[in-house]
Design a protein around this ligand. Structure first.
Ligand code: TXA
Ligand code: MG
Length: 340
């Protein structure tokens, strides 16, 4: 079903218009600091159902509810402890999502029937202004079709969602480029459910400060799968993605590099000699300054590869430090865990 999609700017008048559309039960795509979101009134089950239809998303995958300020959190959550409050004050607004017991006003469709709700306050000011104009919490997954890379530019969001939503708010390229870190606190344990921009190291420091053990529950799906299968694929471009831990791996004479291949790597992916040898092979190579820059541009590069008809992407699998952990998580899913 195709509908005409309004393109809105980040002006006050347009953000107000976007807020009105949300309140009226329509879908609106909007920028955040992480990725573009596909938003609907989180209190309106009919509106939220449209999110799943527009994305082709399985209904057993719950949505994140976006709020504009910390003061709104008690209205939608329960059992918020002192520790929760202190951690939230420290980390929010920002690229982090807290999972908490929900109130009955949050419909089951939003939480996929779970008794908990995921809450996030974006640090991008335009996103928070939109939420306050809407006057309701906004349920929003990433604005991609299910399984595809999340949009980090207006063009990507337009490509995925034009004709499927009432409006798209045009913002800049997302600063972070990967989705938020999803966490939960269980008694004295802080659990990382999805790695994101707020790193495990930062969580460890916060844990030390607030007397919490910090554990990474996302590691379960982070392992190099023994039998890589499509059930792991997500964030996936049309091109086949293969990972490598060092540029040296690509120089292995036993490997045939298909034509129409692009390499994504950082300056830390190999020695100067290796880079010279790669140049001699004449494979198109995108070299990022560091892991952070790589993380910011990964989804955009996947999109660009598809637009340019690239068949194979060879992507550097970075060390797990800092944002590297989140990047590895997305790369494993995009590649199905396949290494060169
Ligand atoms: O950065 C982000 O988080 C972006 C922007 C738009 O805010 N949103 C995003 O949403 O990435 P989505 O739907 O693509 O991912 C939501 C994640 C999923 O992994 C989902 O399973 C998890 O949050 N989630 C949502 N509600 C949950 C809950 N009640 N318990 C555990 N995990 C939950
Ligand atoms: Mg997503």
């Amino acid at each position: 079903m195709s509908q005409s999609t309004l393109i809105l700017e980040c002006t006050e008048a347009d953000l107000r218009k976007a807020g009105e559309l949300i309140r009226a039960g329509q879908l609106v795509v909007f920028p955040t600091e992480t990725v573009y979101g596909l938003g609907a009134n989180a209190l309106d089950p009919q509106a939220c159902r449209k999110i799943f239809q527009a994305k082709g998303r399985p209904v057993d995958n719950p949505l994140i509810v976006h709020l504009s300020s910390l003061e709104e959190i008690p209205a939608y959550t329960q059992k918020v402890t002192d520790i929760h409050r202190k951690l939230m004050e420290r980390c929010m607004p920002g690229p982090i999502t807290f999972v908490l017991p929900k109130v009955p006003e949050i419909p089951d469709i939003v939480t996929a029937g779970l008794s908990t709700v995921a809450i996030r306050i974006p640090s991008l000011e335009e996103a928070r202004r939109l939420i306050s104009y809407a006057g309701v919490p906004i349920a929003a997954p990433s604005a991609n079709l299910s399984g595809e890379p999340s949009p980090t530019t207006f063009e990507m969001a337009y490509h995925a969602m034009a004709g499927r939503v009432a409006a798209i708010v045009k913002g800049r390229m997302c600063e972070v480029g990967l989705e938020s870190s999803v966490i939960r606190i269980d008694k004295n344990r802080l659990e990382l459910l999805r790695p994101g921009y707020v790193t495990f190291e930062t969580l460890l420091e916060l844990g030390k400060e607030f007397g919490l053990d910090v554990i990474d529950l996302s590691q379960v799906s982070q392992e190099k799968p023994l039998s890589p299968g499509t059930k792991y694929t997500h964030y996936k471009p049309k091109a086949s993605v293969y990972l490598f831990s060092s540029l040296e791996d690509i120089l292995n004479p036993l490997i045939t590099i298909p034509s129409s291949t692009r390499i994504l790597c950082t300056k830390q992916s190999g020695s100067k000699e290796t880079f010279d040898k790669i140049v001699a092979l004449n494979i198109e190579t995108v070299v990022f300054e560091n892991t952070q820059d790589y993380a910011r541009h990964l989804f955009f590069q996947f999109h660009r590869a598809d637009r340019e008809g690239i068949n194979t992407v060879l992507a550097f699998y970075p060390p797990p430090e800092g944002i590297g952990l989140a990047l590895r998580n997305r790369l494993i899913k995009a590649s199905g865990g396949r290494f060169v």
